[in-house]
Design a protein around this ligand. Structure first.
Ligand SMILES: NC(=O)c1ccc[n+]([C@@H]2O[C@H](COP(=O)([O-])OP(=O)(O)OC[C@H]3O[C@@H](n4cnc5c(N)ncnc54)[C@H](O)[C@@H]3O)[C@@H](O)[C@H]2O)c1
Length: 245
């Protein structure tokens, strides 16, 4: 029987987690959003408020819809608030030991049938999964930045992810209005494995002073028709996150 994901959680409300919480709340789900401390929680909440205010300004949401969307998200700093979640997506910084520690805690807090997902871009989902007692219910769910806009979700199965977990997460991604691709657990998956060779090459062209930042970005925008240049994209992803990937 297909699982229904009604109560969902997000851990880490930075660039990605705030966007993922917004995607979930836009779909009418009740969301619990967890940050490390009160200051980070305020930043995460502001991220959601600002992003949805921009959607109101562009006529994509009404003011009332925005208020309802934000009200569907419960913000907190205690992972125990995730006890009733059917699915939790972790989006904390790209450090294996931090992610493993969070998965181990989630394993003790969440219902045994809950699915635990990571938004990691480059770490081994398998190594994260084995920090729990339910590796069959751990999966990669890799959203792209900005999550409310970008269509693709890479679903990463490890050799022990249960088939019905993969099937249900694929159906869930489609319900969110995303397009899913399911792949095996390999560093960078599809998009980043291809993208980061290019981004690194752009950084090394700049490092060797071959061209200015503006010219490198102009070459790819105007010469290749991309929506932004590689150095602007590195900034959008975040240099710290890009470095870890
Ligand atoms: N930035 C991107 O373009 C992008 C795209 C896809 C996937 N990712 C992946 O998403 C993940 C998050 O990346 P990001 O760019 O959003 O990072 P970020 O640094 O913007 O956000 C991470 C958030 O996690 C919070 N955090 C840290 N420790 C925590 C804890 N113990 N409990 C709860 N929250 C905690 C931080 O306060 C921060 O707000 C990484 O695995 C990254 O590889 C990033």
């Amino acid at each position: 029987m297909t699982r229904e994901f009604r109560h969902v959680g997000v851990v880490g409300l930075g660039t990605m987690g705030a966007g993922i919480a917004e995607v979930f709340a836009r779909s009418g789900l009740s969301v619990v959003a967890i940050e490390a401390d009160d200051a980070a929680l305020t930043r995460g909440r502001n991220h959601v408020e600002n992003s949805t205010s921009r959607a109101v300004a562009r006529g994509k949401l009404t003011y009332d819809e925005q208020r309802e969307l934000v009200a569907r998200i419960d913000f907190g700093t205690d992972l125990k608030l995730l006890a009733d979640a059917d699915l939790v997506v972790e989006a904390v910084p790209e450090h294996l030991e931090l992610k493993r520690a969070i998965f181990s805690q989630l394993d003790g807090i969440c219902k045994p049938e809950a699915i635990l997902a990571t938004n990691t871009s480059s770490l081994s989902v398998t190594e994260i999964a084995v920090a729990t007692g339910r590796p069959g219910k751990v999966v990669g769910v890799h959203f792209f930045n900005p999550a409310p806009v970008m269509k693709l979700v890479e679903i990463v199965r490890t050799v022990v992810t249960e088939q019905d977990v993969v099937d249900d997460v694929e159906a869930f991604a489609q319900k969110l209005g995303k397009v899913d691709v399911t792949i095996g657990d390999r560093a960078g998956f599809i998009a980043n494995a291809l993208l980061f060779g290019y981004l690194n090459h752009a950084a090394s062209l700049y490092e060797s002073r071959y061209a200015s930042r503006e010219d490198i970005d102009a070459a790819m925008k105007l010469g290749c028709g991309l929506p932004m240049g590689p150095l602007a994209l590195l900034d959008l992803i975040g240099l710290d996150t890009s470095y870890e990937i």
